[in-house]
Structures are given as C-alpha cells and as structure tokens.
Design a protein around this ligand. Sequence first.
Ligand code: ATP
Ligand code: MG
Length: 303
Amino acid sequence: GAAEGAAAAGAPELPGYAHVYSGKVRDLYAPVDPASGDLRPDVLLLVASDRISAFDFVLQTPVPDKGAVLTQLSLWWFEQLADLVPHHVVSTDVPDAVAGRAVLVRRLEMLPVECVARAYLTGGGLREYRADGHVSGLRLPDGLTDGSRLPEPLFTPSTKAEQGAHDEPMSYADVETAVGPALAARARDLTTAILRRGNEIATGRGILVADTKVEFGLEDGELVLADEVLTPDSSRFWPADQWEPGHPQPSFDKEFVREWLTSPASGWDRTSGEAPPPLPDEVLERTRAKYVEAYERLTGRRF
Ligand code: ATP
Ligand code: MG
C-alpha cells in the first residue's frame, strides 16, 4: 500500500482515532489513548468504504452501502468459519459515523502473501493452465475449460502488490521461503478449507464461489484470519443456476460496472491508461443491488 500515515482522500475524520493507512477499499485507524495521546498498538479500526475498483482503478463513484455489505457479510462468515480458524474481530462497537461498516480488530503482523484458493478454473488460473497444463506448479487433468470445476480446491498464492500494481503469482516454494514451511502449509490448508466450507454453504444458496483470497496475520505464532472473507470483492461469486463451463461466467458483483465501462456508452478506452469516468446512477443502483443480493442469499437475512 502507498498511503501509510497520509490522510487518504475520502477517509473520514474520526474523533478519538488516528488514520494510519488506506487501501483501495478500507481505511485503517488506531484508537488514541486519551491520557497519553499515544496510539493503541494492539487494535485497529477497519472501516470499509463504498469505494469500488475495476480494471485496477479505484472508481470515482462510490457504490452506496457497499462498505456495510462487505463488513456485515465478513462478520457472518467469520462465525461460520470459527471452528476452522480464529479471526481478528474484537468488537463491532464503533463510532456512529461508521456504524455498520467498521470493526475493531486485533492488529496483526500480516503474512506477505495473498492466500488464494480456486475451486473453479478461470482468470489467471485458466491462463496458466492453457500455457502448460499447470496452475501454481500443480498439474491438472486435460480437457478443462473456462469455468470447469477443479477436482479439488487449489492453493494459488500471489504477492501483495503495492497500490496500483498487479499481484504476481507466487509458487508454493516462494511462500515457504517467505514465511517458513510450517506456516506455509498451515496457510495453504486453511485457505482451501475456507473455500471448501464457503462452497458447502453457498452452493445450496445459489452461489458458486469460484475462487477467493484471504489474508492471515500472526499472533503468538498462530495464523489468524484477518481482513475480509468470502465477499464479492475478495471472491468470484457465480450464480449457480447459470453455471456453464466453456465461456466466461456471469459474475455476481462488478458485472454491470465492467460491462458499462467497456461499452461505447462510457466513452472510456481501457488501454488509454486514463482513469475511468464516473458511473451512471443506473449502473450504481444495479451494482448495489447485486452486493445486497449476495448478502441476503448467503446469510438468509434482510440487509
Ligand atoms: P493494499 O493494502 O495493498 O492497499 P487493498 O487495497 O486490498 O490492499 P484494503 O482492503 O483497502 O487493501 O485495506 C485493508 C488493509 O488492511 C490491507 O492492507 C490488509 O492487509 C490490512 N489488514 C486487514 N486486517 C488487518 C489486521 N487485523 N491487522 C493489520 N492489518 C490488517
Ligand atoms: Mg483488500
């Protein structure tokens, strides 16, 4: 990330908290000790904004309620996964200004790895497979196509790139070098277990989780699930009833955004390097509805 210590555009002022970092979507704060004025070192306030990114740009137009949907969906999943892995949430008692879209979390030393697992083949995994039949160094059966279900979930880690840069694939050996063999094995097994559990729950509710990215932090030598989990931002969600291998699947969330941005209506040239234009209200509303639908389908709750 690039915004350490800087006041990020759009990160709200929160009395009693100091802004410490902004990623593409989240703004991080540390509580200020009222007596000493020092920042509390043990916890962070993780605030999910309504910012949306597409084609590696953070778009100018926020999607109403997106931050709240991501936060509430992650909280729900942390509970569904609690028997598999401890999570970072300490409390949902947060300032009114960010109610519903913020959580107080344990401040962890994050692993320098984006832990990705894939249950279906598409995107970067498909490109690797087409090149030489392997994904992340693992040999796959012949005859797979875009959208094929994999024999079992694969761990396909990537680097945590600085803002604006692409995450690069990492081999499993790279992960072992970065964190040691024991933590690498634990991260791999947990990541695939989270995706398995995610699909066990989601498939019956009409959603396939094609792939997902999780982040772990370390506390007392143990991996703790951090950041967000099994959201439409961190995962590819596909409508189960439309799943048909052989071509790109309709995606659950950014479909309308990507469709509009690449249509003549936007007037935007993806290859120009220029920032995309603001999104029209209709695209925003349909996108918001998709995020809410994912939350409601998965949790069975009204948003
Ligand atoms: P980047 O950090 O590279 O900008 P991003 O754009 O995905 O990635 P966001 O999701 O917007 O980032 O911000 C969340 C940031 O908070 C990430 O850098 C993530 O690693 C970090 N983070 C999440 N949970 C914790 C935690 N419990 N302790 C410390 N850092 C955390
Ligand atoms: Mg993130």
